[in-house]
Each structure stands twice: as structure tokens, then as C-alpha cells.
Design a protein around this ligand. Structure first.
Ligand code: IMP
Ligand code: MG
Length: 194
């Protein structure tokens, strides 16, 4: 089989996997992001806010929030990830990129793609507290409560999701599908075929 036809076949598999499995459309995500942006504006009226985007999965959700917020938030990025390419996280957390912005006595909102076991945030939050912020809040696009191991309660939640392997709108499977403009999921059969 040539490279080209192999690629086409994979594309078909992906499309098949995704058809009928859209959990949230681009429009639904935008609506929810607008509601949360308005809530943040209200909660931090007249105050300075730093939006801290967790790489890489949160970039589209972060872009929506900062676009819809009226508050002129400063932004920065942090990369804290579990090792490995699998549909369940390995539990070993590593900080690969540290924010450079000064958080001292500032309101920081961590912008997450999805909270799953909660391990990443349990590791990351105390590290941020060491920087002496006024407060640290958590805004997640998706909350997967079913698999929570550590006590993590997001302050702002886009959508609750069941125990599925979510892809799209920033979320990946093995670094793929981040650019899908909607939120979908893969099941075991799809994963075998990819
Ligand atoms: P936690 O440490 O188990 O809460 O996992 C946090 C990170 O694992 C998230 O920020 C995601 O990057 C990734 N993750 C967890 N669940 C999913 C999923 O269903 N799809 C894609 N990535 C996920
Ligand atoms: Mg993440």
C-alpha cells in the first residue's frame, strides 16, 4: 500500500470514529466560554487577573476565555504533564515549562483542558502557591469526575464529561486530533484502528 492511500484510510477511520460522537459543538463551547468569561469578569471586577494556560491541551479554551473576557488579563503558560502515550495518565508528573510572569499578590486563574484523576493539579498547585499569589483559581473546560483520585474542585467548569477518552478542541490522543473544532471521544475499537 502506498503512503498516500494509507493516509487516506486513516483519515476515513478517524472520520468514522468521530461521526455521531460529537459531545460538544464549536457553538456550544463558544456559548459556555462566554458565560464563564462573564462570570470571571464579575468575580474579579476592578482587579488584575493572570490567566495561566496549561500546555498544550488548553490553548483553544484559553483563547476563547481571553477573547470573551472584558478584563484585560495578562497571560502565561505552564507545561505540567504525565509521561507516556496512552489513554490513561501514568501518574508521574513533570514540569517542562515554567511561567515567567510575576504572580506575587496577583489573582491567578489556571486554565485547564480537562481534570481527570487530579494528579497534575495536585502537583502543580503548591508550586504556584510558592510564588505568593493573592489567589489561585481553576477554570477547566471539562471535568471528568468519575476517575478523580485526588481532591481537586474546579472553580469554573465548562462541561461535565463521563469516563470517556476525549479528543478535540485541544485534547489529544498521542498528540493527534488537537485541531478538531469540537469535542469528541475515542472508544477502544477506534484506538486499535489508529
Ligand atoms: P490528571 O492529572 O489525571 O487530572 O490528568 C490531567 C491531564 O491528562 C489533562 O490535563 C489532559 O492533558 C490529560 N487527559 C486526561 N483525560 C484526558 C482525555 O480524556 N483525553 C485527553 N487527554 C486527557
Ligand atoms: Mg492538561
Amino acid at each position: 500500500m502506498s503512503d498516500k492511500s494509507e493516509k487516506k484510510e486513516k483519515k476515513d477511520i478517524i472520520e468514522e470514529a468521530i461521526i455521531g460522537k460529537v459531545l460538544f459543538t464549536e457553538e456550544q463551547i463558544a456559548e459556555r466560554a462566554k458565560e464563564i468569561a462573564a462570570q470571571i469578569d464579575k468575580d474579579f471586577e476592578g482587579e488584575e487577573v493572570i490567566l495561566l494556560c496549561t500546555l498544550k491541551g488548553s490553548i483553544l479554551w484559553m483563547a476563547d476565555l481571553m477573547k470573551y473576557m472584558k478584563t484585560d488579563a495578562r497571560i502565561d503558560f505552564i507545561s505540567a504533564s504525565s509521561y507516556g502515550a496512552s489513554t490513561t495518565s501514568s501518574g508521574v508528573v513533570k514540569i517542562a515549562y515554567e511561567p515567567t510572569i510575576n504572580m506575587y499578590e496577583k489573582n491567578v486563574i489556571v486554565v485547564e483542558d480537562i481534570v481527570d484523576t487530579g494528579r497534575t493539579l495536585t502537583y502543580m498547585m503548591p508550586k504556584l502557591m510558592e510564588r505568593g499569589p493573592k489567589c489561585v483559581k481553576l477554570c477547566t473546560m471539562l471535568n471528568k469526575n468519575a476517575r478523580r483520585e485526588d481532591h481537586v474542585e474546579p472553580d469554573y467548569i465548562g462541561f461535565e464529561v463521563d469516563d470517556l477518552f476525549i479528543i478535540g478542541y485541544g485534547l489529544d490522543f498521542d498528540q493527534r486530533f488537537r485541531g478538531l473544532p469540537y469535542i469528541s471521544y475515542l472508544d477502544e475499537k477506534d484506538v486499535e484502528n489508529l
